[in-house]
Design a protein. Structure first.
Length: 318
């Protein structure tokens, strides 16, 4: 009698699994993956370009199909239930496999296809990066490349979240969950325009400029530059600024205030003397700029090839 009952329970379990497999909407798993990654329904809706009620409905349908509550939402914030943790792991693996599909298919055809999504900081000037980009485009004619510009914090988040394949960016503290390849060093100099009273002068003591009005980079400022400013009392009189370095340069050129810019992006202005460097070269704040990607185990083929090319060129081989 007990054997018959056990057999009945086993058959029921197999039937339930079969029904879930046949009825499961895989698109709901993708939506759930975005909900978790963005920390809630509202943020996921914005990222997906959908209305919040539609995303909430998708979550409810997925919970109904699994027969379990997957997350908790309330004043304490968004959190996953134990069942939600399991489903998120499944969804993450599925999304990863889908992302790998173009690479696997390309390898089967003996060519690299797909899209390489690059995010970089504004006004980047880098012969090193340009050389890698040119080599990749020349060697892999079926590979599409897109470039998006943004603040360094946003770039890192896009790489972490899989919205960008490679970032060319600064990072205040290297993240063990990301892969970094230094590509060049960036030096910040303090500049003024010919319209400013300090034009033509060189200051041996940065603290002497503490009373000057500044245009600032804002929240996108590198840590090394921020520490340098605070150590010498620079920027306490702010007249505004911009996180976009091109627009920050535009403000400095008005002569209304002085401000820091990476020397790489103003080489021509320095040559033409439309921007004047105010500080001695030996004291300037400097920091590395990296090619940033997700860990090697989840890198797509285009990302692997791009980083390999960067290493090859950095080593001076041809």
């Amino acid at each position: 009698m007990s054997e018959e009952k056990g057999h009945s329970m086993s058959s029921s379990s197999i039937t339930a699994h079969s029904l879930l497999w046949s009825r499961l909407d895989w698109n709901l798993l993708r939506v759930f993956h975005e909900i978790v990654r963005h920390g809630g329904v509202s943020s996921a809706a914005r990222a997906l370009g959908r209305q919040q009620p539609a995303v909430s409905q998708a979550l409810a349908r997925l919970e109904e199909q699994f027969g379990a509550k997957l997350c908790e939402r309330g004043p304490a914030g968004f959190s996953l239930t134990p069942e939600g943790e399991i489903v998120y792991d499944i969804a993450s693996e599925m999304v990863g496999l889908v992302r790998e599909a173009p690479d696997l298919l390309a390898q089967a055809h003996g060519s690299v296809r797909g899209t390489l999504r690059i995010a970089l900081m504004s006004s980047i000037v880098s012969e090193e990066f340009d050389a890698v980009l040119a080599a990749i485009v020349r060697r892999h004619r079926h590979l599409d490349i897109t470039i998006e510009v943004g603040p360094w914090r946003d770039i890192l988040e896009k790489v972490r979240g899989g919205e960008a394949d490679i970032g060319l960016t600064y990072d205040r503290e290297l993240d063990q969950d990301l892969s970094y390849l230094p590509i060049f060093s960036e030096v910040q100099q303090l500049f003024c325009s010919p319209r400013h009273p300090l034009f033509g002068e060189t200051c041996a003591d940065p603290s002497a400029l503490g009373g000057e009005a500044f245009f600032l980079t804002g929240r996108d400022e590198p840590l090394e530059l921020g520490n340098f400013r605070r150590r010498h009392g620079l920027g306490e009189r702010a007249r505004g600024g911009s996180g976009d370095l091109g627009e920050l340069k535009r403000l400095i050129l008005t002569g209304a205030a002085i401000g820091f810019l990476p020397t790489r992006i103003v080489a021509e202005e320095m040559r033409q003397r439309t921007l004047w460097p105010l500080l001695e070269a030996g004291m300037l704040p400097e920091y590395p700029v990296h090619l940033v990607a997700r860990p090697k185990k989840v890198q797509s083929l285009p990302v692997v090839l791009f980083l390999e090319e960067a290493r090859r060129l950095a080593a001076g081989t041809r």
